[in-house]
Write a protein that binds this ligand. Structure first.
Ligand SMILES: Cc1cn([C@H]2C[C@H](O)[C@@H](COP(=O)(O)OP(=O)(O)O[C@H]3O[C@@H](C)C(=O)[C@@H](O)[C@H]3O)O2)c(=O)[nH]c1=O
Length: 181
């Protein structure tokens, strides 16, 4: 597995090794030991999520505060622009965001530890995104930061107005976000 820490070093881009042969390929899409080595830590995953989105659907920016979730993201079909925002006040990269394109073709995975807000935009006709989480979904604990917050100024590669859920239309500014220690 190829490991690449990004501009926020706790965010890690992983490329599992795909073994190609005349039948197609084989890949260990998750291996606990390799994952622990890659992030130099241990997390247990308790939930797998699959979301299917149309082009220009933007989900986010979401986080749970009392029971934060680490997320391991990958794309099974199509491509997305995946964004994280560091909400950890003690972090050297507090308040920074980064975006990375993830696609079925690249087979890359993005590790996002607890303490980040997360969102993504579907770039292709549709996308299928699969992600593992380190804690359970708790709707009462869920928070949403505006995708177009002016302070964050995220450079979403939009080709028109995004399609948003009702909830995501009511995100709060970054200045009103709950912050981690
Ligand atoms: C996230 C989630 C939603 N749901 C339900 C609630 C609702 O009826 C329906 C759709 O939920 P949402 O609108 O919150 O789905 P969505 O906007 O896709 O929310 C997700 O966005 C991305 C960016 C994340 O990072 C995730 O953690 C999650 O917040 O699915 C669950 O049952 N379990 C879950 O874990």
């Amino acid at each position: 597995m190829h490991i690449q820490p990004l501009t926020i070093p706790d965010i890690v881009l992983m490329t599992p090794k795909a073994h190609q042969d005349e039948r197609g390929f084989f890949m260990e899409s998750f291996n606990l030991r390799s994952f622990a080595q890659a992030i130099n830590g241990r997390y247990g995953f308790v939930q797998d999520n699959h979301s299917h989105s149309k082009k220009q659907v933007l989900r986010g920016l979401h986080y749970q505060f009392r029971q934060p979730q680490g997320k391991l993201i990958r794309v099974l079909q199509g491509s997305i622009y995946d964004v994280v925002v560091d909400l950890r006040q003690s972090s050297a990269t507090f308040g920074q965001w980064l975006g990375v394109e993830l696609s079925a073709a690249s087979q890359q995975q993005l590790w996002i530890p607890p303490g980040f807000a997360h969102g993504f935009l579907t770039l292709t006709e549709s996308s299928d995104v699969l992600y593992k989480t380190t804690d359970y979904y708790r709707p009462e604990d869920e928070h949403c930061i505006r995708w177009d917050d002016t302070h964050l100024a995220i450079a979403w590669p939009l080709q028109g107005p995004p399609m948003l859920s009702q909830k995501d239309q009511q995100g709060v500014p970054f200045s009103q976000a709950q912050l981690f220690g």
